[in-house]
Design a protein around this ligand. Structure first.
Ligand code: DGY
Length: 320
């Protein structure tokens, strides 16, 4: 009997596939930094029993129509807005993601981005690099304090809670907004549930950690930025489409808010002519929330375990 065929849409380390070499036939797009072309994916998906894909791959109905054998889509991310879940469900294709294993790493990045934005770390490094440091001065590259300020966490899931724990270590007051109250987090982290309007008005740092859904699409719009303090710093580590980017640009340019740190964008990758890149009160990162060597390896292993479970007719660990 032929081995089940697993298609992997980006080059991943061969040694991670080694334990499964006798069980599966792996086909892999051999480039690490370039996405698989659509025509190649279409050809490969036609014979694939399992798919290990990236958050940058659009797995839509048209693609799934060409995948008669597919049993599992293992997404290398906690977010799965790149996958048409209804189309997968109607074909009995299981979808899995990588929650939990990336929580702390992504929260680290979120907090690092918050700190870098508040304390103008990138700007300061560029200043030294550009040989502009002539003298010390009292307000040279003065930023905003982080400690004892108020953070407003929008989306109190696992990553939101991990951010709240970091914020407590800095003596911050934690406000949050979520679809449902998180009583345990309120007790453990002294986090206060507030309405979205209250959070936007009171927070010194507003951080978006919400999944992208039809309700959260463009939730940070003109009205939201107008409600924020003029000293507020906006951080986004969720999905770019939760933000109306032209409203954010306007809010930053007119100093309606002070600064922004962004790991995600509506259309990724962005180029350096993106309007937000022109502002010096913005830090832009290339969607690296969960990107530590340790965590990415654990995420890949989890995807492979999920694929293996489904091929064995078992329940995968982290089905969406
Ligand atoms: C994910 O995995 O969905 C996040 O964007 C972390 O980078």
């Amino acid at each position: 009997m032929s081995k089940p065929c697993i298609y992997i849409t980006r080059k991943i380390p061969g040694e991670l596939l080694e334990p499964y070499k006798d069980t599966f036939e792996f086909h892999m797009w051999e480039k690490e930094t370039e996405p698989v072309p659509h025509d190649v994916l279409l050809k490969e998906i036609a014979q694939a029993d399992g798919l290990l894909c990236m958050l940058s791959d659009q797995i839509d109905e048209a693609l799934l129509t060409e995948a008669p054998r597919l049993k599992i889509i293992a997404n290398l991310a906690v977010g799965y807005d790149n996958i048409d879940l209804d189309a997968a469900k109607s074909r009995d294709i299981i979808v899995t993601n990588t929650p939990d294993v990336l929580t702390e790493t992504t929260a680290d990045l979120g907090f690092a981005l918050l700190m870098a934005t508040a304390r103008r770390i990138v700007e300061a490094s560029n200043y030294v690099q550009a040989d502009q440091w002539e003298n010390w001065a009292p307000y040279l590259l003065a930023g905003s304090d982080i400690h004892h300020k108020t953070i407003g966490i929008v989306g109190m899931g696992r990553i939101g809670e991990a951010i709240a724990r970091r914020a407590k270590g800095f003596g911050m007051s934690v406000l949050y907004h979520n679809r449902s109250r998180k009583y345990e987090a309120e007790d453990e982290l002294q986090a206060t549930y507030v309405t979205m309007d209250h959070l936007l008005k009171e927070a010194d740092f507003v951080i978006s950690v919400v999944p992208l859904t039809s309700e959260t699409n463009k939730m940070f719009d003109v009205g939201a930025f107008q409600k924020m303090k003029s000293t507020a710093i906006f951080i986004n580590i969720s999905r770019g489409a939760t933000v109306d980017e032209s409203a954010l640009f306007e809010a930053l340019q007119t100093k309606q808010i002070k600064a922004a740190g962004l790991d995600v964008f509506e259309k990724e990758p962005i180029r350096n002519d993106h309007p937000l890149m022109k502002l010096d009160n913005v830090i832009c990162l290339p969607h690296i929330g969960s990107s530590s060597e340790e965590t990415r390896t654990i995420m890949i292993k989890l995807c492979l375990e999920n694929i293996s479970a489904v091929m064995d007719g078992k329940q995968p660990k982290t089905q969406v």
